[in-house]
Design a protein around this ligand. Structure first.
Ligand SMILES: NC(=O)c1ccc[n+]([C@@H]2O[C@H](COP(=O)([O-])OP(=O)(O)OC[C@H]3O[C@@H](n4cnc5c(N)ncnc54)[C@H](O)[C@@H]3O)[C@@H](O)[C@H]2O)c1
Length: 464
């Protein structure tokens, strides 16, 4: 156990009082006091969701070793193959910081509990499954007194957003640190740009634009479920295709730009109206796709001051690819992300055209801070080891909600307000805390193998 003796009375008082508060809460009876890890104590990490990002997050976590020892001790996934691949990949370069024997590698919908049970209070869990499971895993992490790193989005609907906000508050009461994988917030160029914009260098922001348009990636599209796999496991595996699991490609792919534009504006949009549709539903070899996604989205977000943020998303081959974001103010314009979700350099121009001769400022960042995925981990570990306040849940939920607001506007063909998405009663996948491999899937295909899709103007209060 780490060094309790280093802590002053006020700290013990804090733990006592937060313990009392938690005892009266939904987490009654399971409060574990956590004492913060000082510089030289080993932080243990468990990974829940051993896919691409989860494995990448472990690499980032282990690379914080300059701040003190850190090691991976447990892994959990619902597919053994994914866990095995992740373990093998990580072992190649990071074996010295891994201690994950077979009996600490868990498979199944309850694997997250077993992996977290391997940790002690004050250790860290990485939650990198599809977002639908986030609140379930975060609830247990708080019960166990663990710090968390959770990937984005953190929610896909109103009811789970309210739950996550409450859980985030619970985590703060227990002095747990929580990082959310909206890495733009840890991009040094965007941080510098935000400071300048908030200081008025662009004047009043009157328009923002964001684009993520490229060919189909991830599980954007899905063919009918093959035999030999359950509906549930098919949907969990291909989560970008199913709105309950991920918010679809809109939430999964577009949240970063939506998030950093809200940050730059220093406000969240209050409403959205949108267009969207699906042009192509055949694979190149003629198979009909049955997923729930649109392949184009054009969303107009409105802020309380009446200004707009236009976001265009497209998953289509053969069209112009644009993946960047911009801001226009009364004194000029800015390139927020030059390429990708938050790729530098960010820059400010004194006119509305990004020509070199009008350049006022361009970001520069040293190699040690050039990777926002690494920065977000350095920042989280610094907060844990230094016992500084650190909880990104609220803004992570807000970014998730604003993303869902635009998605719902496109899917229903209605104007959707922030209050409507927050207070919506459509929990898309209730009961995920009790799910087993034998459970029914949250959405089922019709006799033709097709899943219900959004029908703007016809389905107005539900997205499918
Ligand atoms: N911040 C970023 O730039 C970024 C980039 C990629 C992905 N992500 C996010 O990370 C998350 C995972 O995405 P990915 O690309 O790694 O997907 P992935 O499919 O590669 O990995 C997800 C893993 O979670 C496992 N899983 C699913 N349900 C589970 C459950 N209930 N319990 C345990 N394991 C479960 C899957 O089997 C899979 O191995 C998503 O929320 C995604 O949006 C973020």
């Amino acid at each position: 156990m780490n060094n309790a003796h280093e802590h002053a009375t006020s700290r013990r008082e804090f733990i006592k009082s937060t313990g009392r508060a938690a005892a009266a809460s939904a987490l009654a009876g399971v409060t574990l006091p956590y004492v913060h890890a000082a510089e030289n104590s080993t932080l243990q990490v468990a990974l829940v969701g051993c896919g691409g990002r989860g494995t990448g997050a472990v690499v980032n976590a282990l690379a914080t070793r300059q701040q003190g020892p850190i090691k991976l001790v447990a892994m959990a996934d619902v597919f053994k193959g994914r866990l095995d691949d992740s373990y093998a990949n990580l072992s190649k370069n990071h074996g010295a910081q891994m201690d994950v024997p077979p009996d600490r590698r868990f498979v199944g919908f309850d694997a997250y509990k077993k992996a977290m049970d391997c940790l002690k209070a004050g250790d860290i869990v990485i939650c990198a499954t599809p977002p639908a499971f986030r609140w379930v895993h975060f609830t247990y992490a708080i019960q166990k007194g663990l710090h968390s790193f959770m990937e984005k989005p953190v929610t896909v609907d109103g009811p789970t957003s309210k739950r996550m906000i409450a859980l985030g508050e619970e985590a703060t009461k227990k002095n747990l640190k929580v990082g959310i994988g909206l890495m733009s917030r840890h991009s040094r160029p965007l941080q510098e740009l935000a400071k300048r914009v908030h200081n008025g260098e662009l004047g009043e922001i009157i328009l923002q634009r964001g684009y993520r348009m490229h060919g189909p990636v991830g599980f954007f599209a899905s063919p009918p479920k093959p035999a030999g796999v359950s509906h549930l496991m098919y949907q969990v595996q291909r989560f970008h295709s199913f709105i309950w699991a991920s918010g679809g490609n809109y939430s999964d792919f577009y949240i970063h730009i939506i998030d950093h534009q809200g940050w730059m504006k220093n406000a969240w949009p209050v409403k959205a109206q949108a267009l969207g549709g699906r042009h192509y539903r055949q694979s190149p070899d003629g198979v009909t796709y049955v997923d729930q996604n649109f392949d184009v989205y054009a969303v107009e977000y409105t802020y309380a001051d009446g200004t707009k943020f236009d976001f265009d998303g497209r998953c289509m081959t053969g069209c112009a690819d644009i993946y960047s974001s911009y801001m226009h103010g009364t004194k000029g314009m800015a390139i927020v992300s030059k390429s990708g979700d938050c790729g530098g350099p960010s820059s400010i121009f004194k006119s509305q055209t990004p020509r070199r001769s009008d350049l006022v400022w361009e970001s520069k960042v040293g190699p040690a801070e050039g990777d926002p995925y690494q920065n977000e981990w350095n920042d989280l570990i610094e907060a844990i080891r230094g016992d500084k306040p650190y909880n990104e849940v609220k803004r992570g939920v807000e970014a998730s909600l604003v993303t869902s607001m635009g998605r719902m506007a496109a899917h229903t063909g209605q104007e959707i307000t922030y209050d409507e998405i927050l207070n919506g009663d459509h929990e898309m996948a209730p009961g995920l805390d009790k799910i087993t491999e034998a459970s029914d899937a949250p959405v089922m295909p019709g006799p033709d193998g097709k899943y219900p899709v959004p029908e703007p103007g016809r389905k107005r209060t539900r997205e499918y």
